[in-house]
Design a protein around this ligand. Structure first.
Ligand code: NAG
Ligand code: NAG
Length: 538
């Protein structure tokens, strides 16, 4: 089985879009205003995937299916440059747990199949202690130039999170603040001098009835200082209240730390963070409302000059969850516009044991059940534009312009020539656009502007740009319909089944909740990336 997977792995590399192996950063990292930068001051955009080690077995998931090195290489080949690697506090505060071997841990849970698979795929790790096995994973990622954020996900090993699981807030049954600070310091010390460990996420998703702002400052500041004094190289990453949604309290009371240029915030945003709103509401309205709320709760930190990582987002990759599908279009547009650092949930194709189920299939996982193929290759293509920075320190290859990003495909509007219609293609080859105060969309450095020819017809480039049909406004509550006029009608930018950019009647502007505007959602995103084509028409 292992060999067969190996074959699929290379086949998928050959068949997939060009793989861009991210440039290797000069570590350690630090912050410069809202950006994370390397030693040279150049922006490093963290495009991470969450990899789980905090369930009952306390063994990184997937090693019964594939060799650790194969998985590390796979992470890189999928375009990620970093892993948010979860760990339970008790791994470093309970010596009898830390000293169990992988085999013993599986045995105690009756996971004989996992033992057999692990033995076959990772014989050199199975008899290591749990903490040594964790270190071996970090070291394999390091050998493959993958950065790591150590994420303290929970105290007592097990699936996370509920408000009443005893792991939610300082003082809960399994969450002794002093033990937590000790554990953070131990972990920071253990990985001091391990260059690919670039950050520590102090605690995942604080929550539950005990949560309060006063204790948040008291313990988060102590935790941050403990980590920094044990390991001054790592970024110190703080999460908010209410399942890592709410950092609004920082607006009026900054965190008080003795060190600078290492503090980063994290937030989480899923479709289900807003219940079933996406499915039951009109997506334009929900997107507008939820984005405003996110800006109020955490997005404002960017404006205040702090980096913000969306350290969890994701969707059911089977594609049939309407709530998730609608949310993801809105999320990707927002993440592109703000050029955020992020970590997707999750790498995991299946778990050894989750919530009592052996071999549980993870439908949010980018790998399939066997950790063999990707669950949905088109989704990886869709997030690929977000895997490299649009802008930031040290990246000004060309002056600031716009790209026209289409979140439901992850592609951008581009032209092959004057005569060919505009199409969607990789954002890396996007034209540079300029959006003028007169609301004209010009191909930068030319006189060509985008123009409506008629409903159902391709949008064209023209040099007569003063007519109403070459003025574009971002309309609807989502502000993602690019709309112009044809006669008395409004026309919205859209994409047809041949991937041609056309204009159609604007969709879903009413309160209709049965309507999905996704194909008509476009986002003008600031970029200083150099366009790699379309120079010939100047
Ligand atoms: C420490 O770990 C061992 C082995 O998993 C477990 O039996 C014990 O209950 C743990 N102790 C505490 C205080 O959690
Ligand atoms: C910040 O922390 C320092 C050292 O712990 C303390 O002296 C100072 O009063 C604190 N400042 C604020 C505004 O709380």
């Amino acid at each position: 089985m292992g060999r067969l997977c190996f074959f699929f792995f290379f086949l998928s590399i050959i068949l997939s879009l060009p793989i861009i192996f991210p440039a290797v950063a000069a570590l350690p990292l630090h912050t410069s205003s809202r950006w994370i930068v390397d030693e040279a001051g150049q922006r490093v955009k963290l495009a991470c995937v969450n990899w789980v080690t905090h369930l009952e077995a306390v063994v990184v998931e997937g090693l019964s299916k594939q060799p650790v090195d194969t998985i590390s290489k796979r992470i890189l080949s999928m375009g990620f440059n970093c892993v948010r690697l979860t760990w339970p506090l008790y791994l470093v505060t309970n010596d009898s747990l830390a000293s169990l071997t992988v085999r013993q841990s599986f045995q105690s849970l009756g996971l004989s199949e996992a033992i057999a698979g692990f033995q076959a795929n990772n014989p050199s790790i199975i008899d290591l202690s749990l903490i040594q096995a964790y270190q071996a994973v970090v070291s394999s990622l390091g050998a493959n130039k993958v950065m790591v954020i150590l994420d303290n996900h929970i105290s007592k090993p097990g699936w996370c999170c509920s408000g009443s699981d005893g792991n939610g807030f300082f003082g809960d049954l399994y969450f002794n603040p002093d033990l937590w600070i000790q554990g953070l310091a131990r972990m920071a010390t253990l990985f001091n001098g391990v260059p690919n460990v670039v950050g520590m996420s102090l605690r995942n998703e604080l929550r539950g009835p005990r949560q309060n702002v006063k204790d948040w400052y008291r313990y988060m500041e102590r935790g941050a200082e403990a980590v920094h004094s044990a390991n001054p190289d790592v970024l110190v990453i703080l999460s908010g209240l209410g399942y890592d949604k709410d950092l609004s309290f920082i607006r009026n009371q900054p965190v008080n730390l003795t060190f600078t240029e290492k503090l980063v915030y994290e937030m989480h945003w899923y479709g289900f963070s807003d219940g079933k709103s996406w499915e039951s509401g009109n997506p334009n309205q929900v997107c507008g409302r939820v984005v405003n709320n996110m800006m109020r709760l955490s997005g404002f930190l960017l404006e205040q000059g702090w980096p913000l990582i969306v350290s969890e987002f994701g969707m059911d990759l089977r594609g049939n969850n309407v709530n998730d599908n609608r949310y993801m279009n809105c999320f990707l547009a927002w993440a592109a516009e703000l050029d955020l650092d992020w970590a997707i949930w999750t790498l995991v194709g299946s778990y050894y044991l989750r919530e009592g189920i052996v071999g549980l299939n993870e439908f949010y996982g980018v790998l399939d059940w066997n950790w063999c193929e990707t669950r949905d290759a088109s989704f990886l293509q869709r997030i690929s534009a977000l895997q490299s920075p649009f802008q930031g320190p040290g990246l000004s290859e060309t002056s600031l312009h716009k790209v026209i990003f289409h979140p439901s495909t992850g592609l951008c509007v581009l032209r092959k020539s004057m005569l060919d219609p505009l199409t969607l293609g990789p954002c890396a080859s996007s034209d540079s656009w300029k959006y003028t105060p007169q609301k004209i969309l010009l191909v930068r450095g030319t006189y060509f502007c985008l123009k409506v020819e008629g409903l159902g017809k391709p949008a064209r480039l023209n040099i007569i740009c003063s007519d109403p049909n070459s003025k574009w406004e971002a309309i609807s509550d989502s502000k993602m319909h690019l709309s112009s006029k044809v006669g008395n009608d409004s026309a919205c930018l859209d994409v047809d089944s041949n991937n041609i950019i056309v204009t159609n009647t604007c969709k879903c502007l009413s309160r209709d909740n049965m309507c999905d505007p996704g194909s008509q959602w476009f986002k003008l995103v600031d970029s200083t990336r150099s366009p790699s084509s379309a120079e010939s028409l100047r």
